[in-house]
Design a protein around this ligand. Structure first.
Ligand code: HEC
Ligand code: HEC
Ligand code: HEC
Length: 105
């Protein structure tokens, strides 16, 4: 918990210096699962195009750092991580075979 708070504060300090325009939040985050095509998570798409707030994901779904959790499809399908929204209700579902390629490219 202490470390998360420190990371958050560090981010607030760095934000003005970053100028804001180059990348939204943490930019693109790439996951490389074994046995599947890579998954690129786009902050820009989620924050800018979909109007999600940082707190929509941080810190209850994801920490503000790369690789903070060991994700896998079983957990995601049960509604954790990406599956919190990608459940066919808030957004396209992870179980639909047509949707695999929306994330795995
Ligand atoms: C839809 C969910 C979502 C939203 C909304 C979101 N993030 Fe993220 N963020 C993620 C995910 C997923 C990761 C990667 C987490 C991991 O690998 O454990 C991440 C990682 C990060 C990182 C670390 C990136 C790195 O390369 O180490 C930063 C910084 C960050 N986010 C900042 C923000 C800020 C600032 C906002 C609001 C402008 C925001 N995020 C909004 C999902 C989100
Ligand atoms: C919302 C995005 C998303 C969708 C849709 C999605 N996945 Fe994934 N998938 C992920 C993420 C994220 C991981 C974990 C990446 C990591 O951290 O290694 C993953 C991991 C996997 C893995 C690696 C092994 C495992 O069990 O975790 C396989 C295989 C996989 N997905 C298959 C599929 C198939 C098949 C579909 C469609 C039926 C699908 N995925 C749909 C995001 C998605
Ligand atoms: C807080 C809710 C939320 C979380 C968590 C979330 N997403 Fe999304 N995502 C959305 C919404 C809303 C959209 C726009 C949905 C739509 O058009 O159906 C979207 C769209 C996307 C798209 C664009 C698909 C397309 O082709 O237009 C991808 C890819 C994606 N998300 C991947 C991910 C991955 C990977 C994760 C986990 C690392 C994740 N998302 C976590 C809400 C979320």
């Amino acid at each position: 918990m202490k470390r998360n708070l420190a990371t958050g504060l560090l981010f607030l300090v760095l934000l003005p210096a970053a100028g804001g325009a180059q990348s939204i939040g943490g930019g693109d985050v790439t996951f490389k699962p074994k046995g599947a095509e890579p998954v690129v998570f786009s902050h820009e798409l989620h924050v800018t195009s979909r109007g999600l707030k940082c707190t929509g994901c941080h810190y209850h779904v994801f920490q503000m750092t790369k690789g903070s959790y060991k994700m896998d499809m079983t957990k995601i399908t049960k509604g954790d991580f990406c599956g919190k929204c990608h459940n066919g209700e808030r957004s396209f579902g992870v179980l639909d075979e047509q949707n695999c390629v929306k994330c795995h490219k």
